[in-house]
Ligand binder design. Structure first.
Ligand code: ADP
Ligand code: MG
Length: 454
């Protein structure tokens, strides 16, 4: 018991310290510091006790997104959380007796895979059908077809989900196989740790590291792009890769960009490219709608169809954020004591976002952030230069202003040195079209939006 609580407490402290990067000290003391960890249930839900019902409400309304991120960083990408208000805590303490010392925090490797990330729960559409098919084929016959399988897409478009789906499938249908899932970050940290062991134990530490990653039938490395600039790790990974590849072991890699765009040597790029490279795009409206329905069904959220429509129509470029919006709307309904969320709840949930935008984002601010991002001056971006280095950031700034703010095109034209509104429209549409096809651009747009909203 002691050990379990200590471990949980330590992990929670890490979450809290990460949260301090996102919220002000006042907000932290007022809301975040008033949550206490209780336990992890079902292997993937962290229960938190709120010191008052208002604390629960405020945190759910305003900090769900940040808190989710921080919890993922500390507990792993598949950990959810649930905040219990006073009534719920009473129920919790009367039902389960937390004094019983049988619980475990996270059964680390026993469940490498999020049980919810299955093929069944993955909605297939035009944007991801080839990736889905390839992932499924690999799950059925690992090490034979498509080796390595390299999946890439913008953030939040289902790479990790598909990887876990392969893992869940293999665990069920080929339980004899030794499967290892690791994020690139963890791979790096473990390797560097093994290098840091004192001289006497060093050899053993490195051997252990190698055994762990080379004695497997299937190796999954998530978010490989983080390997760029990490020379020692790149070298180690290169050898791991060759070892596994030569003995026909399956390798699966994900990345937020194509092999060509990752900053690694050609010999690694060549390795990445010797199997199948497949990308995923932002899902279209119908697929987004189907994903929302699926999610609502899994989480037992009840929402009117027009609410689902309303959310699916929003220009989300990240499914995780779209799912966040869905939970938020449902949460607003439960606050009002309703079983099913309707349009009133949707408007209420999105109202805050709009107010926040109005407060923070201004066209001037967007122009400034885009200029800083691309390292160009404000005169250049609003001026007449036609070189590619300037034109693209200019169109991106125009796109963002139009997308994030409610400003007439004519006014935007004025901000950009008196350009005609049809020119503005053209820039906007061009970027809008390109995002659908170009993952790198959509990642840039996401990045900029985050910066602008901060
Ligand atoms: P990535 O690894 O590409 O950043 P994730 O795999 O973590 O993205 O996906 C983010 C969220 O979106 C997850 O909750 C995942 O279940 C969901 N998601 C993404 N694509 C789909 C899909 N096609 N069907 C169902 N859920 C999806
Ligand atoms: Mg991922």
């Amino acid at each position: 018991m002691e050990k379990f609580m200590q471990e949980l407490q330590q992990m929670w402290e890490k979450v809290q310290s990460k949260m301090q990067n996102y919220v002000s000290a006042v907000v932290f003391d007022l809301w975040i510091a008033r949550l206490e960890p209780l336990e992890v249930v079902d292997n993937n839900t962290l229960l938190l006790a709120a010191s008052s019902n208002l604390v629960k409400t405020r945190v759910m309304e305003n900090y769900t997104h940040n808190l989710t991120e921080c919890i993922h960083e500390v507990f792993g990408e598949y950990m959810n959380f649930r905040i219990l208000d006073k009534d719920e805590q009473e129920q919790y303490f009367s039902k389960s007796n937390p004094q019983t010392p049988t619980k475990q925090v996270v059964q680390a490797d026993k469940s490498q895979f999020n049980p919810k990330f299955t093929f069944n729960n993955f909605v297939v559409g035009k944007s991801n059908q080839f990736c889905y098919a390839a992932a499924h084929a690999v799950a059925e016959n690992p090490g034979t077809k498509f080796n390595p399988l390299f999946i890439y897409s913008g953030v939040g478009l289902g790479k990790t989900h598909l990887m876990h789906a392969i893992g869940n499938y293999l665990t069920e249908y080929s339980p004899h196989l030794n499967i290892k899932y690791v994020t690139c970050e963890k791979f790096m940290n473990e390797y560097i740790e093994s290098l840091g062991v004192t001289e006497s134990g060093k050899e053993k530490a490195i051997t252990e590291f190698r055994e762990k990653y080379r004695n497997v039938d299937v190796l999954m490395i998530d978010d490989i792009q983080f390997i760029a600039n990490k020379n020692a790790t790149k070298e180690e990974f290169f050898h791991t890769f060759n070892d596994l590849y030569q003995s026909n072991k399956q390798i699966i890699i994900t990345s937020d960009r194509s092999p060509a765009e990752i900053d690694v040597e050609d010999r690694l790029k060549t390795r990445f490219s010797c199997g199948l490279i497949q990308d995923m795009q932002i899902p279209d409206f119908e697929t987004r709608m189907a994903i929302l329905k699926k999610k609502a069904q899994i989480e037992r959220f009840y929402l009117d169809d027009d609410v689902l429509n309303f959310i699916a129509e929003k220009p989300f470029t990240n499914i995780r954020e779209m799912e966040g919006a869905l939970s938020k709307v449902f949460f607003f309904a439960t606050l009002m004591g309703k079983k099913t969320a309707d349009m009133d709840d949707a408007r209420e949930a999105f109202k805050e976002d709009m107010i926040q935008h109005e407060e923070k984002a201004t066209p001037e601010n967007i122009i400034k952030i885009v200029c800083e991002y691309f390292g160009i001056s404000q005169n250049e971006i609003t001026g007449k230069k036609k070189s590619k280095e300037i034109v693209e950031p200019r169109m991106i700034a125009i796109y963002l202003i139009d997308d994030m703010l409610d400003i007439p095109l004519v006014t935007i034209g004025k901000l950009f040195g008196g350009r005609d509104h049809t020119t503005i429209m053209h820039s906007r549409d061009k970027i809008g079209e390109q995002i659908k096809k170009d993952n790198k651009l959509s990642a840039i747009i996401n990045d900029l939006k985050t910066k602008i909203n901060k």
